[in-house]
Write a protein that binds this ligand. Structure first.
Ligand code: HEM
Length: 395
């Protein structure tokens, strides 16, 4: 059962110490507690702040205290409440404050544990799931170590950029002395459709993105492809999932100079409607076998949607949930440093993301327009119930 459903217009608690810091009638809340973490099958919010952390706490007790503090803070923030705690005139305020007047804006906070957390620092080596593989470098990767890896990740998504940033800001403040930020990525423009058959949003290529994604409300396919089941080698991951993040820069200047026909053949869909080549409407079925009069495939052999499709990857499907990014100008080339912060969720990266990305790196026509500059993989534990903390089954 997916427990991270959105409750639009959730009634606000009565005013008082625990009242949300905004009385906006537009406040809507995604439940924090549940079998699974929120922020995976939750309909994609418009903004994201993603951060990874290196843990500096000296031992497992310190790591546990950090996760306990983070869980309690995330539970409060996702309901729009400000953080409480000791304050007064001679101490910093318990909440950084920039979201005080804002509604919860469907904030979700999702945590993940990177492979490096399972080294010898916290005695967790024997708890590392087999599915938490190290991502090898794929052909063409130019990964920046300062934008890759991390012991922990936090994905904060909300419909208000300030609410998403506030969550990461306050969690970073709470981590003082226990963890330091490794990198932070701000994202906008979701790349997953709002619902089955709704028009998909457009990415920075100008194409609709998310059409043939897994449908996150389809609990059967989420159980099959996303949520870790009881066959896991690490029972603490039952109900969790694996997050793969890739910072993919798009050479927009080169893309913008290519013809419409070339762009459409690169993706395998029409730009205006998102329909597959040979189809009329966005959700028309993709016919990968269709041949043109000249004997070539209607959806070219190297089109992104052919090379990425589950049908051509032994059924490997992933739940994509990425965001566009724009990080200014590359000082060496003068080009825009913008692209897609690709995020996907799955139960077994070695048999889902990895083989698909391996093929894309070698065969995808889109490869010439993109450069992977950051990478990370994280085990996202299951959701928690009130009084419990992230990672309790682990530590
Ligand atoms: C900058 C990088 C990327 C861009 C701009 C991009 C864009 C797109 C677009 C426009 C579509 C067609 C619409 C749709 O079905 O969603 C698509 C489909 C897809 N993409 Fe990507 N994508 C990128 C990277 C990736 C990566 C790294 C993967 C996985 C490793 C991936 C996996 C897929 C899959 C599975 C589909 C659906 C294919 C199908 O069954 O039709 N994409 N992408």
């Amino acid at each position: 059962m997916a427990t991270a459903a959105v409750v639009a217009g959730t009634a606000l608690p009565a005013a008082g110490a625990d009242a949300p810091t905004s009385g906006s009638a537009n406040a809507s809340t995604v439940p924090f507690y549940g079998e699974h973490q929120a922020g995976v099958v939750t309909p994609e919010q418009s903004r994201m702040v993603f951060a990874t952390y290196d843990v500096t706490a000296p031992d497992a007790a310190g790591l546990g205290a950090l996760l306990e503090g983070w869980t309690a803070a995330a539970a409060r923030m996702t309901t729009g409440k400000e953080l409480d705690g000791p304050g007064g005139d001679f101490a910093p305020p318990p909440d950084t404050g920039e979201a005080l007047d804002l509604p919860s804006s469907r904030l979700t906070v999702t945590v993940g544990f990177g492979p490096s957390l399972f080294d010898d620092r916290f005695g967790l080596a024997s708890k590392r799931p087999g599915a938490l593989v190290d991502l090898r470098a794929f052909p063409g990767d130019q990964l920046d170590p300062t934008r890759s890896g991390g012991d922990l990740c936090i994905q904060a998504c909300a419909d208000d950029p300030q609410v998403a940033f506030h969550a990461v800001h306050d969690l970073t403040r709470l981590a003082l002395g226990s963890a330091t930020v490794r990198y932070l990525q701000v994202g906008f423009g979701p790349t997953a459709a709002a619902g089955p058959k709704s028009p998909s949003p457009r990415n920075l290529l100008g194409f609709r993105d998310g059409t043939d994604n897994l449908v996150s409300t389809d609990t059967g396919s989420m159980d099959r492809f996303v949520w870790v089941d009881d066959r896991t080698d690490q029972p603490w991951m039952h109900g969790g999932t694996y997050l793969v993040a890739r910072r993919i820069r798009i050479h927009l200047e080169e893309w913008d100079r290519s013809t419409l026909g070339e762009q459409e053949r690169t993706i395998g869909r029409t730009k205006a409607t998102g329909a597959p080549l040979g189809g009329q409407r966005e959700y028309d079925p993709v016919d990968l076998g269709a041949m043109a009069a000249d004997g070539t495939f209607v959806v070219p052999y190297d089109a992104h949607i052919r090379v990425a499709a589950a049908d051509t990857n032994h059924g490997a499907a992933i739940l994509r949930r990425g965001y566009s990014f724009a990080d200014g100008v590359d000082p060496t080339s003068g080009e825009l440093d913008a692209g897609l912060f690709f995020i996907c969720f799955q139960k077994d990266p070695a048999n889902q993301f990895v083989p698909v990305q391996q093929r894309l790196a070698l065969q995808d026509a889109l490869t010439r327009f993109v450069l992977h500059t950051g990478s990370g993989i994280f085990a996202c534990p299951p959701g928690v119930s009130p009084g419990k903390s992230w990672g309790q089954g682990l530590l």
